[in-house]
Design a protein around this ligand. Structure first.
Ligand code: ATP
Ligand code: MG
Length: 570
C-alpha cells in the first residue's frame, strides 16, 4: 500500500475531550472517527487492526473445535420474553417496533438465538457443541466513554457451549479459559484471569480477563504472593477475629445516649470512644423497589454488586434522605436497625455474633451502645457484602492484597440451565430419556481489545503496536521524495518487501521527512525502513525498531531479509 493514496488522516494536535490514551491516539493517528457518542467508524488502518484481532481469535476458537455461526442482530421480542431478559435488562436493551407494531430487540448477546438453534439437536451423542460468531452487539450504555473502550455498538466474539453434564461443562469452560489465555498473549494484552460476579447473566462460575491499566473501569484484587486474582465485585479477604468476650457483661439491652452533632462513623469514634470496628453502619437501599436496611461494620465498605448477587436484585439505588426519614424516623447519621421490623434487613457476615456494638437509634442525635447484633436486630439475611481493601489479608495465604484498576477484555461464564430451561433444549440421553444440556457462554470485545492494546503499548510519540496486530509490519519512509534516485531506491525496497510477503506500506508522500517520521511513530507501525540520500551513497538503509527505539544500518539489497528477521524476533 502507498501512504499517498491511503486515507490516513492524522492530526497534529491532541483532540479535545479524549482522555484515555487509546481514545486520544486512535483518533490522532487516523484509526477511528466518532459518528455520535458511543458509535465509531473504523478507518482503513483501524479496520486492518480489527481484522487481525478477529483472525487471531478465530484461529484459537477453531483450535478448540468451535464452529463459526452468524446470527441476526435483530431478534423478535418473544424470545427475550421467554428467557426473562426482556424484563431483566432494563434500559441497556435497545428495543424497537416494526411497521406492524411488533416488538424487536437489538442483540446485546445471543443466548436466546443460539439456544433456539440448539433445540434442533436430537441426541446426547451430538454433545458437546461449541458454537461461536463475530457479530455486532448493541447496548444502550449509560455512559459510553474512552473511544472504543465502551461503546453502544461493538463487535463481540461470543461463544456458547452445550454439554451433557456439569463435568462436560468443566471441560468446555477450561478449553475456553486456555484459548483466552493464548488469545490475549498473542494480542499482546497482559490480561489476568480473575474470579468475577456473574451479575444479571445468572450462572455460577465466572472468570473475567482483566488487563491492568489506569484507564480501566474495573478494580482487580491480586495477591502478589499466591497469585489469587478476583474482581473487587467478587473478591474475598481474611478478616482478623474480633474478641467481644470482655463485652459480655455489658447492658442487657441497648442503651440510648445523646450524640449531638454526630453524623459520621468517625465523629462517633472520636467523640464517644466507639472504635469503627465496634460500630454498625446502617445503609438504606431500594432493592427492586423495596426499601431495605443493609448493615456493615463501621470500618467496612459495602460492595453494591455483592448486594445484588446476594439478593438477586437487578435494580438498586441508595435511598434519599427524605425517603429514609419517612421510613425510619431519622436522617443518615443516626440510623440503626435495632427493633426495626417493617423493612427487610440484610447484614454483612462480619457482624455475625458481634456484641457490645454502637449504632444509631433512629432518633436524630441519639445512638445506642451495648448492641448485640443477633439478639437485638432481626437480620433476615446474612451475606458477604464487604468490599476488600488494599492491604487486607489474602484468604489463601494471608499475604497483603493489592487493588489495581483494570480493563475487562473478556468474560467466560458457566451459565447452567437457565436458557436450556427457558427455551426448552432437550436431547435424548444415554438411557433414551430426555436430558437438558448445560451451557456456558464466553465473550471478547474486539474493539475493546484494540483499545486495550493501545493503552498498554504507547509512548508520548504515539502507538506501539505488537507486530501481530499492527496494521502494517513495516513502513518504508522515502526521506527525500523529490530526489529521483532516492525515490527509485525506496520504490525498489518497497517492491522487495512486497515480494518477500511482508505487510508493508511505503510513505511516498511529497512531504518533509520529519512529517513522515512522526506519522510513522504516531501510527505505531513496528518497523521503519528509511531510504535517504546519505545512506544511498553508502548503499544502506536504516532499520528502526519502534518499540526498542533502536536504529541500525542495513545493506539496501538485504532489507527484506533483515525485516523478516526483525518481525520474527519481535
Ligand atoms: P462491562 O462490565 O465492561 O460493561 P460486561 O460485563 O457488560 O462488560 P460482557 O457482557 O461479559 O461484558 O461482554 C463480553 C465482552 O464484551 C467484555 O468482556 C468486553 O470485552 C466486551 N464489551 C462489553 N461491553 C462493551 C462495550 N460497551 N463496548 C465495548 N466492548 C464491550
Ligand atoms: Mg456491561
Amino acid at each position: 500500500m502507498r501512504w499517498s493514496t491511503m486515507h490516513i488522516p492524522t492530526l497534529r494536535d491532541d483532540p479535545a475531550d479524549a482522555g484515555a490514551p487509546s481514545h486520544r491516539l486512535l483518533l490522532r493517528a487516523g484509526y477511528i472517527r466518532q459518528l455520535m457518542a458511543g458509535h465509531y467508524s473504523l478507518l482503513p488502518l483501524g479496520q486492518r487492526v480489527r481484522l487481525k484481532v478477529t483472525a487471531i481469535i478465530r484461529e484459537e476458537m477453531n483450535r478448540i473445535g468451535a464452529q463459526e455461526f452468524l446470527m441476526p442482530v435483530m431478534h423478535p421480542a418473544e424470545l427475550w420474553i421467554k428467557s426473562g431478559r426482556w424484563e431483566l435488562m432494563g434500559d441497556e436493551l435497545f428495543r424497537l417496533k416494526d411497521r406492524k407494531g411488533a416488538d424487536f430487540v437489538l442483540g446485546m448477546t445471543h443466548e436466546e438465538i443460539i439456544s433456539t438453534l440448539a433445540t434442533e439437536m436430537e441426541s446426547y451423542r451430538e454433545l458437546p457443541q461449541l458454537w461461536y460468531q463475530f457479530q455486532t452487539k448493541l447496548r444502550d450504555e449509560p455512559r459510553p466513554k474512552a473511544g472504543l473502550m465502551r461503546t453502544r455498538e461493538f463487535t463481540m466474539k461470543d461463544s456458547y457451549s452445550f454439554d451433557l453434564d456439569a463435568a462436560g461443562l468443566d471441560v468446555s469452560f477450561l478449553a475456553h479459559r486456555d484459548a483466552y489465555v493464548r488469545i490475549f498473549e498473542r494480542l499482546g494484552i497482559p490480561a489476568v484471569p480473575a474470579d468475577a460476579s456473574s451479575g444479571a447473566m445468572g450462572g455460577s462460575t465466572s472468570t473475567e480477563f482483566i488487563c491492568p491499566s489506569p484507564s480501566g473501569e474495573d478494580l482487580i484484587v491480586r495477591c502478589p504472593e499466591c497469585g489469587y486474582a478476583a474482581n473487587i465485585e467478587k473478591a474475598m479477604s481474611r478478616l482478623a477475629a474480633v474478641d467481644d468476650s470482655e463485652r459480655a457483661g455489658l447492658p442487657a439491652a441497648p442503651e440510648p445516649f445523646a450524640t449531638p452533632g454526630v453524623r459520621t462513623i468517625e465523629d462517633l469514634a472520636v467523640q464517644y470512644q466507639a472504635p469503627a470496628d465496634r460500630q454498625i453502619k446502617t445503609l438504606v437501599y431500594f432493592l427492586d423497589g423495596v426499601l431495605t436496611l443493609v448493615l456493615m461494620r463501621g470500618d467496612h465498605a459495602l460492595n453494591e454488586q455483592k448486594l445484588m448477587d446476594a439478593t438477586g436484585a437487578t435494580d438498586i439505588r441508595p435511598a434519599q434522605p427524605e425517603e429514609i426519614r419517612d421510613a425510619l424516623g431519622a436522617l443518615p447519621g443516626s440510623l440503626g436497625a435495632v427493633s426495626v421490623t417493617g423493612h427487610p434487613i440484610i447484614a454483612d457476615e462480619a457482624l455475625r455474633g458481634r456484641r457490645g456494638m454502637f449504632t444509631g437509634a433512629n432518633t436524630d442525635d441519639t445512638h445506642l451502645r451495648g448492641v448485640d447484633v443477633e439478639r437485638d436486630i432481626t437480620v433476615g439475611r446474612w451475606a458477604p457484602l464487604r468490599e476488600v481493601a488494599a492491604g487486607d489479608a489474602c484468604l489463601n495465604c494471608g499475604h497483603g492484597l493489592e487493588v489495581e484498576r483494570g480493563i475487562e477484555v473478556g468474560h467466560i461464564f458457566k451459565l447452567g440451565y437457565k436458557y436450556s430451561d427457558a427455551l426448552d433444549i432437550r436431547v435424548s440421553g444415554p438411557d433414551g430419556k430426555p436430558v437438558k444440556p448445560i451451557m456456558g457462554c464466553y465473550g471478547i470485545g474486539v474493539e475493546r481489545a484494540m483499545a486495550t492494546a493501545v493503552e498498554v503499548h504507547h509512548d508520548d510519540k504515539g502507538i506501539i503496536w505488537p507486530v501481530a496486530i499492527a496494521p502494517f509490519e513495516v513502513v518504508v519512509v522515502i526521506a527525500q521524495q523529490e530526489d529521483a534516485a532516492v525515490a527509485a531506491a525506496g520504490e525498489q525496497v518497497y517492491q522487495a518487501l512486497l515480494g518477500s510477503g511482508a505487510e508493508v506500506i511505503v510513505d511516498d508522500r511529497q512531504v518533509r521527512a520529519g512529517v513522515k517520521f512522526s506519522d510513522a511513530e504516531l501510527t505505531g507501525i513496528p518497523f521503519r525502513v528509511t531510504v535517504g540520500k546519505r545512506g544511498l551513497a553508502a548503499g544502506t538503509a536504516e532499520l528502526t525498531d519502534r518499540a526498542a527505539g533502536s536504529t541500525v544500518a542495513i545493506p539496501l539489497d538485504e532489507v527484506a531479509k533483515h525485516v523478516r528477521e526483525a518481525v520474527a524476533g519481535a
